[in-house]
Design a protein around this ligand. Structure first.
Ligand code: ATP
Ligand code: MG
Length: 584
């Protein structure tokens, strides 16, 4: 089996499970497709009857029964067309609904390394473009293919029934049409692929530009961007014109072949009518079938390309749907003891998947005792965030062991592990939802608790200044909020989660000094018994910690309290001195 055929058959076997639950509708739609095709073919017989009996037979022959019959056929055709159009488009929608849900369900289970090979942008564009393509194929192209298949077979049968001699002329036309399709089809498909790629480039460019518009405008890049966009759309235009030119040549060649055959049929048919071996009605019906046949054959040129495109789109989407998640729980994971501490790293090494030979963390050994508050201090890029990534199992270490309350984290259910950790990421994250939903991430929580938490992070004045209060929408990615307000909402989440372990990655980098001090007071109150690890560049925030770890180029180079470290650790002293807080 050729590769294309194998792809198509795997495509159909993958599509069927989505249609199977709706097999009743599928059957109805299939019957409607068959009935409409059959009625169109029967219309040719009606035409023959009308021409022979209505136009040429002696006056006085009643046309009423034939007219009523034809009317009934036309009404049946309209009814079946409705069932066909509604049924197949319904199935197309249902298919896309099921596949979309399955793809997103699997994407939500993926770990960050998955998106290092396929960017979020590419994933989204696959989801939207490929699904649209598949929907068209399932809801339109396949039914059209079935209908045209019936038309071609039925058309041939009626052609031969009507006149064998004339049918042979048409038979000559078929290999010519297929020849044209074979020559032009693959070239048009190749060119269509190029056009699609150009299209994706244009979309990516606009998406990226609009995303960073503030920065780009601040660097007065509007004209330069527009010029680059012009370049991209001109290329798109040129490639699309090339594809259309090929398609136009193919269509006109097919029209030429069809019309030459029709002229041939008319010529020989007229001679036969003159000789009396063919009726005018037969000739009319023959022409009708010849045109139906030519139309159906022509439609196959598009259908083949669409099906192959759909097979490729399906392959990409099924990859997104079936990619196994990096983290799968063991068959019987170890229950996590409470409290989930101490946290122990033993000789841990991490290299990111993109650069497997470049270790980012090396020989990390540390213990966070239950209830201990520890700070992580180091230069940018020294590996602080990476340490959090390991503990949350976003990435896996190359070697070494991480345990929580004595249990290796791989032996815990991922859900249990993450339930035990409250995490504030370095980059604040907000969804397009209400302020309250962003604070709770949809976990249930009383209004009193919410208000108390908002007080903790000094969000109350902002909340009461809006008439919607906690229900205020924050806009896409928190567009309506300031950087500090976004961070405060991220902090509220960690407070509300009430987990045993608290991981704070630069949690106060966007806060004013007063808000920061207010927030940090929670360490000595609500979070007194929690195990806290906090990465901070602003060293004033870490002075009172039980312990400070100094990390440099992926290694923990020292650990101790502020005063001792200031005395003995040159890196720590430099960091402190540049912030001029040695006297604090
Ligand atoms: N996904 C990734 N793939 C490859 N390299 C990465 C990845 N994430 C981080 N790195 C690299 O790992 C190193 C440590 O990064 P990390 O984010 O842990 O630093 P950090 O100490 O948190 O820095 P900062 O203080 O700037 O937040 C950096 O050199 C960075 O380039
Ligand atoms: Mg970081």
């Amino acid at each position: 089996m050729s590769q294309a055929k194998a792809k198509l058959s795997s495509f159909f076997s993958q599509v069927w499970p989505y249609l199977h639950p709706h097999r009743g509708r599928f059957l109805l739609a299939t019957v409607a497709v068959i009935v409409t095709s059959a009625i169109v073919l029967l219309l040719g017989q009606g035409l023959r009857h009308f021409v022979d009996k209505g136009l040429h037979a002696a006056a006085g022959v009643s046309m009423l029964p034939a007219s009523l019959g034809l009317m009934a056929l036309v009404i049946a055709l309209a009814g079946a067309s409705f069932l066909r159009a509604y049924g197949v488009s319904w199935l197309g929608e249902a298919f896309v609904l099921g596949l979309r849900a399955d793809v997103v369900k699997n994407l939500l289970r993926q770990s960050p390394p998955f998106f290092e090979n396929l960017s979020v942008g590419q994933t989204l564009s696959r989801l939207s473009n490929d699904l649209t393509l598949l929907q068209t194929v399932v809801g339109t192209v396949i039914p059209i293919a079935v209908r045209n298949g019936i038309m071609v077979v039925g058309g041939f049968v009626f052609l031969f029934i009507t006149s064998v001699q004339l049918a042979l002329i048409i038979v000559l036309m078929v290999p010519l049409i297929f020849g044209v399709l074979a020559v032009f089809g693959p070239r048009i498909r190749d060119q269509s692929r190029t056009v699609q790629q150009c299209h994706a480039d244009c979309t990516d460019f606009v998406e990226e530009s609009l995303h960073g518009l503030k920065t780009l405008q601040a660097y007065t890049q509007e004209v330069a961007l527009y010029d680059r966009y012009q370049g991209l759309i001109q290329t798109l235009f040129a490639q699309a014109v090339k594809r259309n030119a090929r398609r136009s040549v193919m269509t006109s060649l097919i029209i030429l072949i069809v019309l030459v055959s029709v002229v041939g049929v008319l010529w020989i048919g007229a001679l036969q009518v003159q000789r009396g071996s063919l009726s005018t009605g037969d000739l009319s019906a023959f022409l009708f079938y010849a045109l139906v046949l030519a139309g159906s054959l022509n439609a196959f040129s598009d259908i083949g390309g669409e099906l192959q495109k759909a097979a490729a789109a399906a392959e990409r989407l099924f990859y997104l749907r079936d990619a196994p998640p990096a983290l799968v729980d063991r068959p019987s994971p170890t229950p996590l003891p409470h409290p989930a501490a101490p946290v122990v790293f033993s000789d841990v090494v991490l290299a990111y998947p993109k650069f497997p030979d470049r270790p980012i963390l090396q020989g990390i050994s540390l213990t966070l005792n239950a209830g201990e508050h520890v700070a992580l201090v180091g230069l940018s890029g020294s590996g602080k965030t990476s340490l959090f990534d390991l503990l949350l199992r976003f990435y896996a270490p190359q070697s070494g062991l991480i345990t929580l309350a004595g249990v290796p984290i791989e032996d815990l259910a991922v859900h249990d592990l993450r339930r035990a950790v409250a995490y504030v990421p370095q980059d604040s994250f907000l969804m397009s939802a209400s302020l309250q939903d962003n604070m709770t991430l949809s976990e249930s929580c009383s209004v009193e608790t919410l208000k108390k938490t908002a007080d903790h992070v000094q969000l109350t004045p902002f909340i009461v200044s809006h008439k919607e209060g906690l229900a205020m929408p924050v806009g896409p990615r928190g567009l309506h909020l300031s950087g500090g307000q976004k961070q405060k909402i991220n902090l509220s989440r960690a407070i509300l989660k009430d987990a045993d372990i608290v991981l704070l990655d630069e949690p106060t980098s966007s806060l004013d000094g007063l808000s920061e001090a207010h927030f940090l007071s929670i360490l000595s109150t609500d979070w007194k018994d929690k195990t806290v690890l906090i990465a901070a560049h602003r060293l004033a925030t870490v002075q009172t910690m039980d312990r400070i770890l100094v990390i440099d180029q992926g290694r923990i180079v020292d650990s101790g309290r502020h005063a001792d470290l200031y005395e003995r650790c040159p890196l720590y002293r430099d960091l402190v001195d540049t912030q001029m807080i040695q006297g604090v």
